[in-house]
Design a protein around this ligand. Structure first.
Ligand code: ADP
Ligand code: MG
Length: 351
């Protein structure tokens, strides 16, 4: 197998606040394989954005990396000087966010903004950069690219603005694209168009993608692998099939049960009761224990290790210990399985 493009090892990040230290990321280990889409899922506040801000070295001033490394091409990004990081950002490492307006300058014509990364990072004439900008505008589905080149961001719809941001992010053919809830602000139809676009472009360019979402519903159509995050920790990771068909951690099961499918009535949805723990004094043991109806005594006392389910699938729950009671957590998930199977089929049928 070819080398991983990114290796996050034992990463812990704190925030200093008036109330105390917020332990936002706790011992996160993650690998990104070449050309894959790795989805990072979990409720709001679980540490998804902080993880990717650490990769990009764009953490706010009150953040401190307490431990860990982020390896990219044999170097630890956490040790690189700012100048080197600037050479990587927008070039080899690109990102898109939920709100395209944060990435776009409202006072600059979009064509110029799309060209910018090329002029910053590649030795290229303006004429050549413009040619490539027009080509990628076409590719991301902006019709009349030549005329639209001179428009300002406000002259585009939300979906079109996100396409412009994607064009900007991909114009230098990055090794890694970080997409942090890129479709959350868009309506459902536009959402799926943007997901398809990201998938199509990453296949074409061979870019590896870290796709962040709180919505497991969008994961089936786009991800190859999924890592489930909770209270700053990864609780389970596996292929998209592992996670949707054989979820092992009660939190993953809870997330699946609370994700709506098209053919489901409101009453069938079960939200996870309770709230995530306070990260100033996070609990010892399994952080999900207090919300887990199947919690064992040991869940409150000792952090579960990752148990191996298969070569691709690992979960940190004491329920996988050989002495734990055997439970079937996945009752009532059948309907969802059919739904996800259809999504994946739909998705592959028009490739
Ligand atoms: P999400 O999974 O929703 O992207 P984040 O990664 O943004 O979550 O946040 C993880 C945790 O870090 C949350 O508990 C959040 O409140 C905390 N956090 C994020 N930014 C700061 C900050 N600048 N100061 C203090 N705490 C922060
Ligand atoms: Mg976030």
């Amino acid at each position: 197998m070819t080398e991983d493009v990114l290796k996050i090892k034992h990463l812990s990040v704190d925030f200093r606040t008036m109330e105390g230290n917020v332990h936002a990321i706790r011992d996160v280990t993650l690998k990104l394989h070449p050309g894959e889409v790795l989805a990072l899922v979990g409720e709001s506040g679980s540490g998804k954005s902080v993880t990717t801000k650490t990769i990009m070295q764009l953490l706010p001033n009150n953040a401190e990396v307490v431990s860990g490394t982020v390896e990219y091409k044999g170097r630890n990004l956490l040790d690189l000087p700012e100048k080197k990081l600037q050479q990587l950002r927008g070039n080899e490492l690109a990102e898109i966010f939920q709100d395209p307006m944060t990435a776009l300058d409202p006072t600059v014509r979009v064509g110029k903004q799309i060209m910018e990364p090329l002029l910053n990072h590649k030795q290229m004439s303006k004429g050549e950069a413009k040619k490539q900008a027009l080509a990628i505008m076409n590719k991301v589905g902006i019709v009349n690219a030549k005329e639209r080149f001179n428009n300002f961001p406000y002259q585009f719809s939300g979906g079109m603005r996100q396409r412009i941001v994607i064009a900007m992010a991909l114009i230098c053919h990055p090794q890694i694209l970080i997409a942090d809830e890129p479709t959350t602000a868009l309506d459902v139809t536009i959402q799926s168009q943007i997901l398809r676009l990201i998938k199509q472009l990453k296949d074409e360019l061979g870019t590896a993608v870290i796709f962040i979402t709180h919505d497991l519903g969008v994961v089936a159509g786009i991800a190859d692998r999924v890592a489930v995050m909770y209270a700053g920790r990864i609780l389970e990771f596996g292929t998209v099939e592992d996670i949707f068909y054989h979820p092992q951690h009660p939190y993953t099961v809870g997330l699946l049960k609370s994700t709506p499918t098209m053919d489901m009535s409101e009453g069938e949805l079960e939200s996870i009761p309770g709230n995530p723990p306070n990260l100033i004094n996070p609990p010892v043991g399994d952080p999900f224990a207090s919300r887990n109806e199947y919690a064992l005594a040991i869940d409150y006392q000792k952090l579960p290790p990752f148990f191996k389910i298969s070569d691709t699938h690992y979960a940190a729950t004491w329920l996988l210990d050989k002495f734990a009671p055997k439970l079937d957590l996945t009752k009532k998930l059948e309907k969802r399985r059919v739904h996800y199977a259809n999504l994946v089929k739909e998705d592959n049928s028009d490739d």
